[in-house]
Design a binder for this molecule. Structure first.
Ligand code: AHR
Length: 634
């Protein structure tokens, strides 16, 4: 028999307990959350015509009949290096096609915003027509602009699409003859998250917001580090006007990806300002992670010499000013100019993503010293490397403990049984040492990041069992997040992932549903739940944790049954009394291979039921292979 003791243990569940890890992997940002539909809008990719097709050109002739597209490189030092020069030779209608990230999703009756920067150079191109077409060249919507200036000018136009299409393209036709320069050719749905112009994809943000996340960690992941230092993520290049944000080849482009995607770049339309804004929208603490002068140690592992670390440290200090500084500080002013004079009240900063060994510790110390002397109130998250065990892990923890580090980030990508067997992982962690950020974890059904991995019920159920251990150890574990977060069905490099999407639709995996059950029922204070005086960690396949919620005045009991038998629960509620009525959320099924899909997005999702408490005893049956939450008013 189980016993829940309502006596206050004095251990709070941190509001940051269940959060989100965001990385631009699997087209999560460009081609995903960031709703821009034109790929390579500014002709900056390494092969600058990537994404653009001239259907009437002939590669073997010097020129084509109706016109030609050239990409011109500015000689100046700007960050937007290229623009397109289109020469239209006759009025036969020179055409350019943009293929989108994996096609473009458009919806019947929806409005779309087209914009382009243009400058007429010679002759008279009177009109630029933009059409959304399907694979048979049927026009689903169109608009046009009439260029009238020989200096750079932005033209905008809105139009409606008449038919839903998953794999649309954009066709641009030029009328008149002459030469015109074009840059930042852009198409966005008008119906974005919070209706922001050139904003974020609404259905995807909704899925994130529904998680009630305690924090948003950004921008990764390995992209923080870069394959080389030159290709690391530099936040200063991601703020200000979007056309001045210098694009970067994504670390998940081609090399070292499990399914290479050679046209994967970061436009930074979703940059640091937008990440802070998104955190604020969702009521989540912003948690930026910055590079620490070490490129991805799985790749080149390039190091900045210690005496050249200064600019990296300055980036961290300036970021704090950008987030929190008042408007008379230089970076606070940049934030204000972007439309947010109020500070973002950032409390956390991460130094280094997944770095390890002495090279990390010696660099980390420099950051810590600089940040704490200027901003003692900022809480620093440090790293423990990619594996949750081994020499480097032990070394990192030992060093960080000696330094009184505040929060240590741990990552684990392990088989489902590892999660079931390690629900006691944190029981032995020092209560007086650094706190834990379980910053990246996910059960791997085949092998780490294998393309064959499935987001199946076995993986999610095992994570649910493990998470009772996170919750039971809330004294030590202060932040947790599943990873990676999102994947485009036609453009991914890593599996499993919590949310899958295509150009029109999205769904949460069973793993998402598990995260959501925890994050929407987090509680505020830990309670003790035992069976015959012991913690409930896998005996007969049963796992359990309990919390109370001071805000809703509820007792919340989470029970996972990983066994093949249903079990009769009898939970005695000691140390206080509760009401009779119990709301039960139960998720699961016998088929451990089962998955959610675009066709059946809610196949595995919680179902609501009721139970009752008689004489302070909750009697319930927990079916085999299920995760249940019992909510009882106190
Ligand atoms: O989540 C995918 C990758 O796994 C992250 O980029 C990295 O931090 C980890 O190795």
């Amino acid at each position: 028999n189980l016993v829940v003791d309502l006596t206050d243990m004095g251990i709070e569940i941190q509001p940051t307990m269940y959060g989100i890890f965001f990385e631009d992997i699997n087209f999560a940002a460009d081609g995903g959350l960031y709703a821009e539909m034109i790929k390579n809008r500014s002709f900056e990719f390494t092969l600058p015509k990537t994404g653009w097709v001239e259907p009437n050109s002939d590669r073997h002739s010097y020129n084509n009949e109706s016109g030609i597209l050239s990409v011109i490189k500015y000689s100046g030092e700007g960050t937007n290096h290229n623009f397109a020069r289109v020469e239209v030779k006759n009025d036969e209608g020179y055409v350019l096609i943009n293929e989108g990230f994996r096609g473009m999703g458009v919806k019947e009756g929806a409005q779309y915003d087209f914009s382009v920067n243009a400058a007429k150079r010679s002759g008279d191109i009177q009109k630029i027509k933009l059409q959304v077409i399907d694979s048979l060249d049927n026009v689903l919507g169109e608009t046009s602009i009439s260029p009238d200036s020989d200096s750079w000018k932005t033209y905008e136009s809105t139009f409606e699409v008449s038919k839903t299409e998953m794999k649309a393209k954009v066709k641009i036709t030029f009328e008149g003859e002459g030469e015109i320069d074009l840059d930042m050719i852009s198409l966005f749905p008008q119906d974005t998250w919070k209706g922001r112009k050139k904003g974020l994809r609404k259905d995807l943000v909704q899925l994130l917001d529904d998680l009630n996340p305690g924090f948003l960690r950004f921008p990764g992941g390995c992209i923080v580090e870069g394959r080389t230092l030159a290709r690391r993520y530099q936040w200063k290049k991601t703020v200000g006007d979007i056309e001045d944000r210098e694009i970067l080849v994504n670390r998940w482009n081609t090399e070292f990806a499990h399914r290479p995607t050679p046209d994967y770049y970061q436009s930074f339309g979703l940059g640091f300002f937008e990440y802070f804004q998104l955190s604020e929208d969702m009521g989540a603490e912003p948690l930026p992670i910055l590079g620490c002068g070490i490129a991805c140690q799985f790749n080149t592992g390039e190091l900045v010499p210690m005496d050249e670390l200064g600019p990296y440290v300055q980036d961290a200090l300036d970021l704090i000013e950008f987030a929190n500084g008042d408007t008379n500080t230089p970076w606070g002013q940049v934030r204000a100019d972007m439309g947010h004079p109020e500070p973002f009240n950032m409390k956390y900063i991460g130094i280094g993503n997944e770095q390890w060994g002495p090279v990390y510790i010696e660099r980390y110390k420099v950051f810590e010293q600089a940040i704490k002397s200027k901003y003692p109130e900022i809480i620093i998250v440090s790293g423990s490397g990619p594996f949750p065990e081994g020499d480097y892990f032990e070394y990192g923890w030992e060093q960080l403990k000696q330094m009184n580090a505040e929060i240590v980030d741990e990552h684990y990508y392990k088989p489902p049984e590892w999660f079931r067997e390690n629900a006691d992982r944190y029981d032995s962690y020092d209560r007086n040492g650094p706190k834990v950020f379980a910053g990246e974890y996910a059960a791997q059904t085949v092998a780490i990041a294998s393309p064959e991995n499935k987001n199946n019920w076995e993986s999610a159920l095992s994570e649910a069992a493990f998470m009772t251990g996170l919750e039971r150890n809330a004294e030590v574990v202060h932040l947790t997040s599943y990873a990676p977060l999102m994947a485009h069905a036609d453009g991914w490099q890593w599996t499993p992932d919590m949310i899958w999407f295509n150009n029109l639709e999205s769904f949460g995996t069973p793993n998402y549903q598990v995260q959501k059950m925890y994050s929407t029922n987090p509680g505020t204070d830990l309670l003790k739940i035992t069976e015959d005086g012991d913690k409930i960690i896998g005996k007969d396949g049963l796992y359990a944790s309990a919390v109370k919620d001071e805000n809703t005045n509820e007792l919340i009991i989470k029970v996972v049954n990983t066994s093949e038998q249903s079990q009769n629960l009898s939970v005695e509620i000691a140390g206080g009394s509760v009401n009779d009525n119990v709301t039960v959320l139960t998720m699961g099924m016998d088929d451990l291979e089962a998955e959610n899909s675009f066709e059946e997005p809610m196949k595995i999702s919680p179902k609501e039921g009721t139970a009752s408490v008689n004489g302070n005893v909750l009697e319930a049956e927990i079916p085999s292979m299920t995760f249940s939450i019992y909510k009882i008013s106190m």
